[in-house]
Ligand binder design. Sequence first.
Ligand SMILES: Nc1nc2c(ncn2[C@@H]2O[C@H](COP(=O)(O)OP(=O)(O)OP(=O)(O)O)[C@@H](O)[C@H]2O)c(=O)[nH]1
Ligand SMILES: [Mg+2]
Length: 494
Amino acid sequence: MTLISILDAATTVTRSPFFNPMAFGVDDNSTICALSTPPGSGGIAVIRVSGPAAFRCTRSLCPFLPANPESHRVYFGTARELRGADAIDDVLVACFATGRSFTGEETAEINCHGSPVLTASLLKELVEAGCRPARPGEFTFRAFMNGRIDLVQAEGVLSLIESQSKSAARAALRQLKGRLSAELSKIEDGLVWILAQLEASIDFSTEGIEVMSSEAVCDRIQDVITSCDRLLDSYRQGRLFAEGLRIALVGRPNVGKSSLLNALVQEDRAIVTAIPGTTRDLVEGRIMVQGIPVTVVDTAGLRETGDEVERIGIERARQALEKADLVFHVIESSRVLLDEEKADIAALVALPGNDGADRHCILINKIDAADGDAVAARLRELAAVGVTKQTAKIFEVSARTRHGLEELEELLATKVRADVSEMSEVVMQTRHFEGLQKIHSCAARALALITKDESAEFIAFELQDAIRAIHELLGKEFNEQVIDRIFKEFCIGK
Ligand SMILES: Nc1nc2c(ncn2[C@@H]2O[C@H](COP(=O)(O)OP(=O)(O)OP(=O)(O)O)[C@@H](O)[C@H]2O)c(=O)[nH]1
Ligand SMILES: [Mg+2]
C-alpha cells in the first residue's frame, strides 16, 4: 500500500454508489412545506417552505413579495387564496436565499396567526402552488444532504427539540453548533497523521531512515485513546441531561412510600392511607435538581397477595426497581424487619459496583414516631444481614416532619452534579457512545500491535477502521439504515 492509498482509504468521503436519495424522500427538485410550530392554537404559527421554488410558490399566495426578495428580510402583507383571491390572513414572510438558510436551499418562513384553520388553508394553497408536504425531519435532512450540518449536528437538532432541562438544551446546542463534531474531527486528524507516519516509515525503512520514533507514534495513539475515554466518560452525564434521573421508592406496604413521594415533590401526588396496599399502580412525581429532571416513582407495597390488581401492581413495582437509577428501600423505624424484607435489601445492596451500594439506599421512615432504641434495633437487624452504614447509604427520615429529606436532596445533587466542566463536550446519544467505543478499541489494538513491533499494514488496518467509525458517526460514510433511523425520530416541520 502506498502513502496515497492508505490516506485515500482513510479520508475519502464514501457515499455508497447505491445510495438512492429517493428512498429518503428526496426528489431533489421538490419544494417542501410544513407547519414548523406545534399544531393547535397559539399567538403565531410558522410555516416553512424550502426548495428551488420556495419564493415563487410563496409569492403565489403572498403577491406582495417582490420578484427577487432580499435574503434575511421580512415582508408584510396579506396572504390570499390562489383561486378567488380571498384574504386568508395578514402575514410576515421571512426570506432566506440559497446557501444562506438552515437547509441551504431557498427558504421562506410564513408567520401567520396561530390558528389551525389558517395554517391548514395556507398549507393547502402552498401545495396548490406546487409545494409538497414535508416528511418528518426533512428540513434537517436537507440541511445534512446539502452539507450545512453533519449527522452529529442533525442529532443535536433532535436533542435540542426534545431537551427537558436547561443543561440538556445547553449540551444539545453545543452539539448542534458542531463542538462534538469538531472533537471527532480532531481525533480523525490524529489518526490520519499516525497513518501517514506509518506509511512513510514503510517507504523509507529500506533506506534506514526513521521518520518518526515509535514512541512518538504511540504517544499520538495514546492521545486518541485519552480523547475517546474523556468523551465516553461524559456519556453518564449525557444520559442524565437527556433523560434525567429516575428514583424508585420500594418496600413493604404501609412503610410510607407514597408519603415520601409527596414530601419529596412537595405535592399531593399519591393517595396516603393507613390501610396497607393503598398504592396499586406506579405514581410519578417530578422535581428539578440542579437543572436536571428527577422523576420519583412510588410503587405498590411488596407482599404476597391473592388480589389480581395488587399482584400486577407489585410486578410493576419490581420493573420500576430494575429501571431506576437510584432505589430507595423504605422500612419503618418502629416495626421489626420481616425476614423477606431483610433478604431483599441484603441481596440488592450487596451487588458489586454501581449496582450495589451506589444504586440502593435504605430509608428508615417515620423517625418522628420512634425512639432511639427502635432505630438502633433496625440498624442491628440490617447489620445482621451485612448492611451497615459502612457498606450502604442509610438515612433516617420522616415524611411527616421532613426530617432527613435535606440529606436525600443532597444525595441527589451529588448524583446529578456535572463532573464535566461547562466547556467540555458531552456525549448524549447511544449511537455516539457505541461509535466512540469502536474507535477506542481500534486505537487500543493499534497501540498493542505497535508495542509488539507488528507489521505496519496490520496497524494501518486498525486505524482505518477507527477512521471509518468516525466517518459513520459524522455521516461522511453513508449508512442508509442509520440515517433513516435518525431522521425517522424527527417531527414534521423540523
Ligand atoms: N408518623 C409518621 N407516619 C407516617 C410517615 N410516613 C407515612 N406515615 C403514615 O403511614 C401510613 C402509610 O403511609 P403511605 O404513604 O400510604 O404508605 P405506603 O408505603 O405508600 O403504603 P402502600 O401504598 O400501602 O404500600 C399512613 O397512615 C401515613 O400517614 C411518617 O414519616 N411519620
Ligand atoms: Mg402507597
